[in-house]
Design a protein around this ligand. Structure first.
Ligand code: PLP
Length: 445
């Protein structure tokens, strides 16, 4: 066997090599077919091998692939920013392009801090975030992340920004109504603001629906309105981390549209490029840009590849494809169908405790006992078993346990390409059901 020179996530695991993709399917070197039921890391949202996107990439590379943003602008970057302003809610009109979701949230954080600096409030430089959250792997983004496993090794170098609960009604609403839970979450935010002091806080950041650290935790219709009201009362910006939920994933262009709250800044990535190129963005409101435009006129962030024309043309082609083919609507319709089918499975299953989510962002939480909602022993590693059993059945699902000592359940996310058809959903559910029964049998031994 030839040695590898590639550092992979798990170094002693032999990853199958993928040779090609087509629509919702991936094929490995042995010819095995997989349904990309997770869109990779909730990314390949228009499926694989879309010809229009490939053509746009080729066209742009014939013109120019790279220019440096400190020297030139390009038509494709300008057009992409315009398109994003058209599809974004409210006055979120300005885009800062980066290369990953981590850079998008970290840039959003820096822009929020800079906003207050430009207004003469230099002490407003801390962020408030929630436990059960993931905002990225770079130090600033990890400082905001409430993902214990991913923080652990770097804890001494990180800021302690996470302090709040995420809305987790499956467990929190046992003794309280959802409204009482929401009041509790908003009070937590208020207490934290009072503890730190409003003059020291730039922004509150939250994922509209928690992905990797929770498994599509879905807030009530009123949750974000209550949280935003607290932010407004104390002059704190609100950053929505839509890296996972943005660009149609939840059945709306941006998930915050479900909750009728317009953030001051949105961080997005993943589905914005659908995996065809590494690109992400901090989308900034007129309100936040105003003092910067009047003041230093510089946003102090950026990367060599920011706004490169090759990636911009690619993302533009992805967004045009989404619009032309009613992809967001398909996410809403076939997402509702997928959730209904998984709920049917859950009724007959002994280990599915909760099915949640919106659009094609469906979280499935597994429990040892559906009545008590007790989680499985960590040593059983139920999430890995589920992922592996599905893998064997030819279905990719996204693992989503945050591993905080059994406080959080074992979950996976089903998030196939937003272009999936009803018949393909049926096949996905069939494979998921086979894998589920296999794990149920293993666990009952
Ligand atoms: N924010 C959220 C909500 C995410 O889900 C992720 C990645 O999973 C990130 C940020 C980080 O994005 P990236 O992995 O592209 O750096």
């Amino acid at each position: 066997m030839t040695r590898t020179y590639l550092i992979k996530p798990v170094l002693d695991y032999k990853y199958p090599a993928i040779t090609h993709g087509d629509g919702i399917y991936l094929y490995d070197e042995k010819g095995k077919q997989y349904i990309d039921g997770s869109s990779g890391a909730v990314t390949a949202s228009i499926g694989h091998g879309v010809q229009e996107v490939i053509d746009a990439m080729a066209e742009q590379s014939k013109k120019v692939s790279f220019v440096y943003r400190s020297q030139f602008t390009t038509e494709s970057a300008e057009q992409l920013a315009k398109k994003i302003s058209e599809i974004s809610p409210g006055d979120l009109n300005w885009s800062f392009f980066v290369n990953s979701g981590s850079e998008a949230t970290e840039t959003a954080m820096k822009i929020a801090i800079q906003y207050w600096q430009e207004k003469g409030m230099k002490t407003k430089n801390k962020i408030i975030s929630r436990w059960m959250s993931y905002h990225g792997i770079t130090m600033g983004a990890l400082s905001m992340s409430g993902h214990i496993q991913r923080r652990e090794r770097f804890e001494p170098m990180l800021e302690n920004y996470p302090s709040l609960s995420a809305p987790y009604y499956y467990r929190d609403a046992d003794q309280r109504t959802i409204e009482e839970c929401d009041d509790f979450y908003a009070q937590e935010l208020e207490k934290e603001i009072l503890r730190i002091g409003k003059d020291h806080i730039a922004a509150f950041i939250a994922e509209p629906m928690v992905g990797a650290a929770g498994g599509a935790l879905t807030p009530s219709d009123g949750y974000f309105q209550k949280m935003k009201a607290v932010c407004d009362r104390y002059d704190i910006l609100f950053i929505a981390d839509e890296v996972m939920t943005g660009v149609g994933r939840t059945g709306k262009m941006f998930a915050m549209e479900h909750f009728n709250v317009i953030p001051d800044i949105i961080a997005t990535g993943k589905g914005m490029s659908a995996g065809y190129t590494p690109m992400a963005a901090a989308i900034v409101s007129e309100k936040v840009m105003e003092p910067i435009l009047k003041g230093s006129k510089i946003v102090m962030s950026g990367h060599t590849f920011s706004a490169n024309p090759q990636s911009a043309a690619t993302c533009l082609a992805v967004l045009n494809y989404i619009e032309k083919n009613n992809v967001v609507e398909n996410s809403a319709v076939n997402g509702a169908y997928l959730k209904e089918k998984i709920r049917e499975l859950a009724e007959a299953s002994e280990i599915i405790g909760d099915v949640r989510g919106k659009g094609l962002f469906v979280g499935v939480e597994f429990v040892k006992d559906k009545l008590t909602k007790n989680s499985f022993d960590r040593a059983l590693d139920v999430v890995s078993r589920i992922v592996q059993a599905n893998f064997e059945e030819g279905l990719l699902v996204y693992p989503a346990n945050a591993g905080t000592d059994g406080l959080i359940g074992d979950a996976v996310i089903l998030s196939p390409p937003l272009t999936i058809t009803k018949e393909e959903v049926d096949e996905l559910v069939r494979r998921f059901a086979v894998a589920l029964r296999k794990v149920e049998r293993e666990l009952s031994k």
